[in-house]
Design a binder for this molecule. Sequence first.
Ligand SMILES: Nc1ncnc2c1ncn2[C@@H]1O[C@H](COP(=O)(O)OP(=O)(O)OP(=O)(O)O)[C@@H](O)[C@H]1O
Ligand SMILES: [Mg+2]
Length: 286
Amino acid sequence: MKKKKKEFIDEKDEDIENGVGDDDIANDFNKNIDDLEKKNVDSKRIKNVDQTKKRATVDSVFDERMYLQLSKLLKTGTLGRIEGIISAGKESNVYLAYGQKNEEYAIKIYKIDTNTSRWMRNYIIGDPRFKKVPNNVSKIIYLWASKEFKNLKRAYKAGLSVPEPIYTKNNVLIMEYIGFESIPAPKLKDIKTPKDPVNLLNEILYFIKNLYQKANLVHGDLSEFNILYHNQKPVIIDISQAVTIHHPKAEIFLVRDITNIFNYFEKVGVEVPNPEEFYYEVINLD
Ligand SMILES: Nc1ncnc2c1ncn2[C@@H]1O[C@H](COP(=O)(O)OP(=O)(O)OP(=O)(O)O)[C@@H](O)[C@H]1O
Ligand SMILES: [Mg+2]
């Protein structure tokens, strides 16, 4: 993706790999945010929140909490303004926001929810990057957001087509916005006739292969629902559940990812390669 000028400072890449525990992760989230928070607040510059969307989001306690998180980022001057919701999901909401120089960002905020944390826990257990698994609901969700951030970072560093990760703290993840002005890129599932489907398929297969071979990750929830179609190119999102290739379920996830993608392209009339051959091509690290 196009390189954006970094306005935010992100956390150390090695934390998860070194098995930093939940307490450390909770306490150690971007120490730099504290500096930002100490900055003088220009309250006149803030609160340009879409009132309709705000009203819609304060309906539940969780959403109110999310709104407070966003207000904090606005107050500290980290963000200039928030345009509104791009997506309201079960586990997270995604917002479009603008930075101080009017540059766009996508903000994903995970909901602090007991049921969500329960299934997240199962993905965290077995990932060699996590030595300790927190019991506390919020901490599991925070760990999850940091997991998505770190997975994005690995993929981005490997030169793959994912939004650039910008910043994370607690349940908030800020990343590059994929879209044109206020119109977010559509999901691949909503594209009935992609322009050059063979090329599109090849780019997605390149992603799967290099995510495995260069970033040593398996996406785990790859399908036309988690691929944005931007500039006639795929941009892969929602990488929070991705696991390292050593995870006990990595193989199962890889097979499922490949199957989903091949099914979608068969539906749009593209001749796909033999899935088994492609699978072996991916896992062949020699
Ligand atoms: N960086 C981004 N730029 C533009 N839009 C984005 C970005 N990230 C996410 N979105 C939009 O927000 C939606 C939800 O994001 P994502 O898939 O990461 O979260 P989710 O919790 O899995 O939600 P869902 O259950 O709706 O898939 C995406 O389908 C996409 O439309
Ligand atoms: Mg998704």
